[in-house]
Design a protein around this ligand. Structure first.
Ligand code: AMP
Length: 213
């Protein structure tokens, strides 16, 4: 029996931060499709080269590339008891793909992290990530101990290229047009929990603990 947790929500709402905390608590790997893609771009792999331009523009990367990365990742041994998905599925085709991944006995929780555009834009503009390990910081709410340096691995903290105001607007559009409509599918299955995610991490986690176990 695997436990599969899906983190939904607009860019910047905290899917990665919440997912990372849950990953430690539940001892399940956090699989961030955005991170897998950023690694592929950094390594200039075949998939990375194809994905780069879409990501720079804030558009969704073609499904076939995403499927390949995801399939490879979820077939690894550490995902055999389940996993937490950040940033997948993001459209109808990806919902269909994920349906094929489920096996009898799997338990799925889909959490929809919610917050206003104002909070999202504030979080994205203050977000910094470690270029080496991908750890996420917020300049005010989750600052690193040493400015510009990752607490976990000593890597350099950078701003993501797609965290600029123009690209943020595009990514919010993609979320509203492509991703939001698929929430209904999980709602009908009784798997969807809406979580108010504007407060600090500990408060959001309290709400999640009430519904996900
Ligand atoms: P994220 O790190 O989740 O904000 O994703 C960053 C970027 O990676 C997105 O703007 C997309 O270009 C791409 N991406 C991440 N997840 C997916 C996905 N499931 N399908 C297609 N593109 C994705």
């Amino acid at each position: 029996m695997r436990k599969i947790i899906i983190a939904f929500g607009p860019p910047g709402i905290g899917k990665g931060t919440v997912g990372s905390a849950l990953s430690k608590e539940m001892k399940l790997p956090l699989i961030s499709v955005g991170d897998l893609l950023r690694d592929a771009v950094k390594n200039q792999s075949g998939i990375g080269k194809k994905a780069e331009n879409y990501m720079k523009k804030g558009e969704l990367v073609p499904d076939s590339l995403v499927f390949e990365l995801l399939n490879e990742r979820i077939s690894q041994k550490d995902a055999s008891a389940g996993f937490i998905l950040d940033g997948f599925p993001r459209n109808q085709q990806q919902v269909i793909m994920l349906e094929k991944v489920f096996i009898d006995g799997d338990i799925c929780f889909a959490m929809n992290l919610e917050g206003s555009d104002k909070v999202i834009i504030e979080r994205l503009s203050n977000r910094r990530i470690c270029e080496k390990c991908g750890a996420i910081y917020h300049l005010v709410n989750i600052p690193p101990e040493k400015e510009g340096i990752c607490d976990k691995c000593g890597g350099k903290l950078i701003q993501r290229v797609d965290d600029s105001p123009q690209i943020i607007a595009k990514r919010l559009d993609v979320f509203k047009n492509d991703t939001k409509p698929i929430l209904d599918f999980y709602k009908k299955k009784g798997w969807l929990y809406s979580i108010f995610a504007e407060d600090k991490l500990s408060e959001t986690l309290k709400l999640i603990h009430k519904v996900i176990h």
